[in-house]
Design a protein around this ligand. Structure first.
Ligand SMILES: [Zn+2]
Length: 329
């Protein structure tokens, strides 16, 4: 019998990360190509096709059976239809039926879901949430993404758009958010938010070693720079991570009360600054959440890092292909 495998792909605003993945989550081959979203839809689709072609060409069809391709993409994904409906990172694909397009091109089952949903699946499959049935995965990147595993399954909601932890309202009077609302968790706890807060504080006259004579231009500062400055003892940078952790703690306290989770797993670039934001996060959870679920929940760092998305997408492909073909995944 031929050996089975799937492809898992993380379609991001900057890079397309793909891998051939075995039944137990082993990575058999991997490839990264730039997304080149500024070059238009055709270029993005061409790069995506290239990843699928290159990875599958490494496995002879005589010996290997490609069951399907799972894709995680940023935005609101109409998962049943295979349509990307609101993608802030790749607006060129807005409203596009990616699944139909790729199924026609490759004659393979294509499975599409939100990137953070895939991250949650990846962490549950082979990462920090292995063996857990109730967890939230939160990515602290350019935005704040989220995925929920409840009762052992990805919680998708009636249209497949569930799990948008980053769009929970934390402050009704807060700053405007990309989603059209205001005061969402995303405007407080994303990389973008930390950078915006630094700019606001510097404009107000707050001092930081990050900008000025020895430092960078204010418009060039990244969240990673702010983390580095915090490590070097910069007081403003440390304060901003405490603030960011406080808002994140409010959001997580809501999740804990609502869902009684076994774990909350944090990934994305800002999670690197863990030591600076976790104390205020925990304090907020302790003050706001019920005692029993607050004591029970484990706050964990992602194990899989940038691999979480494509591994979860691969899991999706394994699971769905198994359902469709009628054998055990
Ligand atoms: Zn929002």
């Amino acid at each position: 019998m031929r050996k089975r495998y799937v492809l898992g792909i993380d379609l991001g605003g900057t890079n397309i990360r793909g891998a051939a993945v075995g039944a137990k989550g082993g990575i058999l081959a991997r490839l990264i190509l730039p997304t080149e979203s500024s070059q238009g839809r055709q270029r993005v689709l061409g790069n995506l096709s290239q990843v699928i072609k290159t990875l599958s060409s490494k496995f002879s069809p005589k010996e290997f059976d490609l069951l399907g391709v799972g894709i995680g993409a940023a935005g609101v994904i109409l998962q049943k239809e295979g349509i990307i409906s609101q993608s802030p990172n790749i607006p060129q694909l807005d409203g596009f039926n990616l699944r139909e397009h790729l199924e026609k091109e490759f004659q393979l089952p294509i499975f599409l879901d939100n990137d953070a949903n895939c991250g949650a699946l990846g962490e549950k499959w082979v990462g920090a949430g292995k063996g857990m049935n109730d967890l939230a995965f939160i990515t602290l990147g350019t935005g704040v993404g989220g995925g929920l595993i409840l009762g052992g399954k990805l919680w998708q909601g009636i249209d497949g758009t569930a799990g948008e932890v980053g769009q929970m309202t934390i402050n009704s009077e807060g700053p405007e958010c990309m989603c059209g609302s205001r005061g969402c968790l995303e405007v407080y706890s994303s990389a973008t938010a930390v950078v915006r807060r630094l700019r606001e504080e510097v404009m107000r006259g707050e001092k930081t070693q990050l900008v000025g004579k020895q430092g960078k231009r204010l418009d060039r500062v990244t969240s990673r720079d702010i983390h580095q400055a915090a490590l070097a003892g910069d007081r403003l940078s440390r304060r901003l991570f405490r603030e960011m952790g406080r808002y994140l703690g409010i959001g997580i306290a809501n999740l804990i009360n609502l869902l009684n989770l076994e774990s909350v797993i944090l990934g994305g670039g800002v999670a690197e600054a863990w030591d600076f934001f976790v104390p205020t996060l925990k304090k907020e959870v302790k003050q706001r959440a019920f005692k029993v679920p607050a004591r029970r929940v484990k706050l964990l760092r992602s194990w899989l890092g940038v691999n979480a998305g494509f591994l979860g997408a691969a899991f999706l492909a394994w699971q769905r292909a198994a359902e469709e073909r009628g054998y055990e995944g």
